[in-house]
Design a protein around this ligand. Structure first.
Ligand code: XMP
Length: 507
């Protein structure tokens, strides 16, 4: 069990991911709220931060419970923090220290740097630098520009590095984390998808006993994996509800429902398309559309849940990034860009207890846990799909005819990606139906029909994204297919905007 104290670095979650990749369990906690069960943690990592340690409003937590008592690793700000408050000197650096650098000196015979050689590439991102080390420090490594790139404190298991071992560009970063956690701190590497699934099922059994649980399935990875874990734990006491909001992909409701049944889940498919269409009728505003869909979902789900006698729990597919209490850099919650609605939102009036089997794991781990339980690869590899479905890809008001057109276009695009071996190279793809007509010519006839935009992006978490450079030949074929096969569309464009400044969905 490893504790990562977050000082607000954009890379904090990456540290956790790297540690998990070593099959070691870890948790992120904000620096101002040390966990109460601190004894359970075998080692502690201090993250980076956008702050300067010299500033008064920078994080200055009391580490007396940790320092000298447990193996401790300071990364970037963490390293400066340890130096600054132990008699060292931190000051603004004279040269820019961003991006790649290479270790030019490594002290011989240090377990911390085992397997790492001089020349190894590391990633720097800091404007302050450690000018002088604390008195009881031992200098461990340098780069050309950064003299004190790594040090340890004599008589403690305290280590500090100025560079970021967690980013991909630090070539031996994972090795260094492994050296610290395994060789120095003696943490066991027993956190595997299998062990997670086994422990979770056992815990769910103990927690839920003979209670009944209701779960909203979305067809996505998270709710599906959560359902399989719960099914293993409580079997038929798990009641899954899969709602057709009429805004899913072509044939998705039927095929996914079949797949769920094939997995042995106790699942009920509810076709509420008409109700959603009615709730959306004439609505043009993106946020109001989202609200209408969210409310309709809650109504349908609540109706269905009430039909299950004595149900006391609501299960959700919440994952770790949604629950991490991140340190906000500007002191306030980040600006609301879109109100994301997720399947399974709890209305206040449904007084159910919440169970979230995936709340401590990341998306890639959800996939690995799913695979370890034998869930179909295709289901696990599915692109993310927004809760409000095609409604936020139909710009302006939504009706059945527009949904039908977009389903056809989307199916041609997505099937094409699969046929050309491109689906798994793309993080998310879809089509947008634009509220504009353009002039075209088909045969000798003038046409005046709809424009669709295709979008395919690379991303890791949807927070930032870049458009994918799909082969021209593929785009050409897809465009031809769409215009020839989908009545009502006479023009196809490809979206080449990154996020930011654009978002992934158009609404
Ligand atoms: P944006 O458009 O904000 O999308 O760049 C980022 C990711 O979130 C998905 N998305 C949603 N998911 N409910 C959801 O469950 C929503 O209202 C919603 N809006 C966007 C989007 O598909 C992308 O993966």
């Amino acid at each position: 069990n490893v504790l990562i104290l977050d000082f607000g670095s954009q890379y904090t979650q990456l540290i956790a991911r790297r540690v998990r990749e070593l099959n070691i369990y870890c948790e992120i906690h904000p620096y101002y709220k040390l966990p109460t069960n601190i004894d359970n943690f075998k080692a502690v990592i201090l993250s980076g931060s956008p702050f300067s340690v010299r500033s008064d409003d920078a994080p200055h937590p009391d580490l007396s419970m940790i320092r000298g008592k447990k193996p401790l690793l300071g990364v970037c700000y963490g390293a400066q923090y340890l130096a600054h408050f132990s008699g060292g000197k931190v000051a603004p650096s004279n040269t820019r220290e961003y991006g790649r650098a290479n270790l030019s000196f490594i002290k011989d015979g240090e377990r911390f740097f085992e397997g790492v050689s001089v020349g190894s590439q590391v990633w720097m991102s800091h404007s302050d630098t450690i000018k002088e080390l604390p008195e009881n420090a031992v200098h461990l490594a340098s780069t050309n520009d950064v003299e004190n790139a790594a040090y340890k404190i004599e008589g403690e298991e305290t280590y500090a590095i100025q560079f970021h071992p967690e980013v991909y560009h630090s070539t031996d970063g994972k090795q260094i984390l492994e050296n610290f956690l395994v060789k120095i701190a003696g943490v066991a590497q027993t956190w595997t998808p299998n062990s997670f699934a086994e422990t979770t099922v056992a815990n769910l059994k103990a927690q839920l006993g003979d209670d009944k649980v209701v779960l909203g399935l979305s067809g996505g990875v998270d709710s599906s994996v959560a359902a399989v874990l719960l099914n293993k734990a409580i079997g038929k006491n798990l009641y899954c509800i899969f709602v057709n909001n009429g805004l899913l992909r072509k044939n998705e409701f039927e095929s996914v429902l079949k797949q769920y049944e094939g997995m042995g889940l106790n699942v009920k498919g509810v076709d509420a398309s008409a109700r959603f269409m009615k709730a959306l009728a004439g609505e043009k505003d993106p946020e109001k559309k989202r609200k209408a869909i969210g409310n309709a979902f809650i109504e349908v789900f609540d109706d269905e849940a009430h039909k299950i006698e004595n149900v006391t729990w609501l299960a959700q597919g919440t994952i770790y990034p949604d629950v991490i209490e991140s340190v906000s850099v500007n002191g306030g919650p980040s600006a609301k860009i879109k109100s994301h609605h997720n399947v399974g939102g709890l209305p206040d009036f449904m007084k159910l207890k919440i169970v979230e089997p995936l709340r401590m794991i990341f998306k890639d781990e959800v996939r690995r846990v799913g695979a370890s339980m034998g869930i179909d690869k295709e289901l696990l590899g599915r692109h993310p799909f927004p809760g409000p479905g095609l409604a936020i890809r139909i710009l302006g008001d939504v009706d059945e005819e527009k949904v039908r057109i977009l389903q056809e276009v989307d199916a041609i695009f997505i099937d094409g990606l699969k046929e050309h071996g491109l689906y798994n190279k793309v993080w998310q793809a879809g089509a947008m139906l634009l509220p504009v007509n353009s002039v075209g010519v088909m045969g000798d006839e003038r046409t005046y029909e709809k424009v669709v935009a295709l979008r395919a992006v690379e991303s890791t978490d949807g927070m930032t994204a870049d458009w994918v450079n799909l082969p021209y030949e593929f785009l050409q074929k897809t465009s031809n297919n769409i215009i020839n096969k989908v009545k009502g569309v006479n023009r196809v464009v490809y979206d080449i905007s990154s996020k930011p400044p654009a978002t992934i969905e158009w609404e």
